[in-house]
Write a protein that binds this ligand. Structure first.
Ligand code: NAI
Ligand SMILES: C[C@H](O)[C@@H]1OC(=O)[C@H](O)[C@@H]1O
Length: 256
């Protein structure tokens, strides 16, 4: 197992990529802190996930707190220490992408997206890193960025800068935290079928276009992200830091 007895915190883990990553980390021997928004609608999903993790023989607890709140990182770290005694891996995954055109982008939509996806991540990474430094034996931090860190989207002008920001944050943190043995890497998913793009991909033409751009011939599944996240979290990636791992079925390189 890649993550035996490690404590892994994952934000936005109630569903989608975060959920799949939590289950894979549990299969690899980790105990989990499940970060979620704190909304009543997410609670049953979180309870179900915790049940699944326990049935895999691992332990899990949850923290309901909005990703954009600068205090959320401290709450996640405190829960990890209280329940499991350490923070070994921090996965910043929570994110939103309310598709909207640029010229009439509502200020609140822009600000909520940047707060949720990037500002909260900054302070959460800082909280995890401080704990890892205190522990004295390193750790792994992974930000779920996106192929959108590298390319644009007309309906994503508020979103793509947050994903480029996360990639940049991991690069700078790799430099800042390397001396403490803390590795920082970015995962760049392509188009993965989850709730975040359910409405967008309900348009059959758009869906066919995205599949057509993907050399592997299908959209991604949350489970496709889980292995790469577990790898980056593990000692198999002991010399990997400041890296970005594009997991997109080949979409990015498919120009013609
Ligand atoms: N699905 C895709 O095609 C891609 C997704 N990503 C990124 O992957 C990450 C996970 O998204 P998906 O699993 O695809 O979508 P999803 O919508 O299924 O999951 C997003 C998660 O973030 C949580 N979340 C949203 N707002 C939150 C808040 N304010 N506080 C705490 N949690 C909050 C949701 O409850 C959910 O658990 C996001 O950061 C997204 O930007 C990156 C590239 C592609
Ligand atoms: C939400 C989008 O479908 C998804 O998010 C990303 O980061 C990808 O680039 C896709 O556009």
């Amino acid at each position: 197992m890649l993550l035996n007895d490690k404590t892994v915190i994952i934000t936005g883990a109630s569903r989608g990529i975060g959920r799949a990553a939590a289950l894979e980390c549990a299969r690899q021997g980790a105990n989990l802190v499940i970060g979620y928004s704190g909304s009543d609608s997410s609670r049953p999903l979180v309870d179900e996930l915790i049940g699944e993790i326990r049935s895999l023989g691992r332990a899990a607890t949850s923290v309901g707190a909005p990703a954009g709140d600068p205090d959320t990182g401290d709450k996640l770290v405190d829960a990890a220490v209280e329940h499991f005694g350490s923070v070994d891996v921090f996965v910043n995954n929570a994110g939103i992408c309310p598709f909207h055109s640029f010229l009439d982008m509502p200020r609140e939509t822009y600000l909520e997206t940047v707060n949720t996806n990037l500002n909260g991540a900054y302070f959460a990474v800082q909280a995890a890193a401080n704990r890892m430094k205190e522990q004295g034996y390193g750790g792994a931090i992974i930000a779920v960025s996106s192929i959108s860190a590298l390319v644009g989207g007309a309906m994503q002008t508020h979103y793509t800068p947050t994903k480029a920001g996360l990639l940049s944050l991991m690069q700078s943190c790799a430099v800042a935290l390397g001396p403490y043995g803390i590795r920082c890497n970015a995962l760049l998913p392509g188009t993965i079928e989850t709730d975040i793009n359910k409405d967008d991909l309900a348009d059959q033409d758009k869906r066919d276009y995205m599949i057509g751009r993907t050399p592997l011939g299908r959209l991604g599944r949350p489970e496709d992200m889980a292995g790469p996240i577990a790898f980056l979290a593990s000692d198999m990636a002991a010399y990997v830091t400041g890296a970005s791992l594009l997991v997109d079925g080949g979409m990015f390189v498919n120009l013609q």
